[in-house]
Design a protein around this ligand. Structure first.
Ligand SMILES: Cc1cc2nc3c(=O)[nH]c(=O)nc-3n(C[C@H](O)[C@H](O)[C@H](O)COP(=O)(O)O)c2cc1C
Length: 184
């Protein structure tokens, strides 16, 4: 699959079906993330791949209202980092940026493998840290909800969530955020 195809195919779908999670898949996704660029090659990203049933249940209990659809996840990837693990140039901290780029690589590879990898911010960070044994100084940037896209739209979705399954949420047009030679 070409990069452009993966970019266009990727969606944050919420109607999911179970899929088998193999060690090979976890290695593949990790390797894709590892090839991402980072400041001084510091590679600040950290991932916990949650696939055991007991651990999955615990993480699912930390999800915010509106994220009930994620109950169907076969795998949840906790994406986390700490500012000490990456460049701080003057007061500019690069750990969110570098971890975000690596996460995008992972998401695109998952897309190529015909999986949904849906990032969410709606979860209780402290509880996730506790369940996954992640120390205080790390920030959990996102959870990636992984599954297979279902061919039927899940009934438990709200109206706008159902609509988003069939139509990609609107994007700004490039002239609203891209500029040539000067900003505005
Ligand atoms: C940082 C971040 C946080 C998000 N949090 C949630 C969330 O808590 N629940 C949810 O259903 N979707 C969440 N999303 C998914 C976005 O709603 C989705 O990416 C956006 O509407 C665009 O849709 P698309 O990815 O299908 O193009 C999040 C996405 C990102 C990148």
């Amino acid at each position: 699959m070409k990069v452009k195809e993966a970019i266009e195919k990727r969606r944050a779908y919420r109607s999911l079906e179970k899929v088998e999670i193999t060690d090979e898949l976890i290695k593949d996704l990790s390797q894709s993330a590892s090839l991402s660029p980072s400041c001084f090659n510091k590679q600040p990203w950290r991932f916990v791949f949650v696939k055991g049933q007991e651990q999955l249940k615990k993480i699912k209990r930390t999800l915010s209202k509106g994220n009930e659809w994620a109950e169907k996840a076969s795998l949840i990837i906790a994406v986390f980092s700490s500012k000490e693990d990456d460049c701080i140039i003057k007061d500019k901290e690069y750990y969110f940026f570098d971890t975000g780029m690596a996460t995008a690589f992972l998401i695109l590879r998952a897309t190529e493998l015909d999986l949904v990898a849906h990032p969410i911010a709606g979860f209780d960070e402290d509880k996730v840290k506790e369940f996954l044994n992640i120390p205080e100084n790390y920030r959990i940037i996102t959870l990636l909800i992984v599954g297979k896209k279902s061919s039927t739209i899940s009934n438990e979705l709200s109206d706008w969530q159902k609509e988003a399954e069939v139509k990609r949420p609107e994007r700004k047009s490039p002239d609203e955020f891209s500029f040539i030679d000067k900003f505005r």
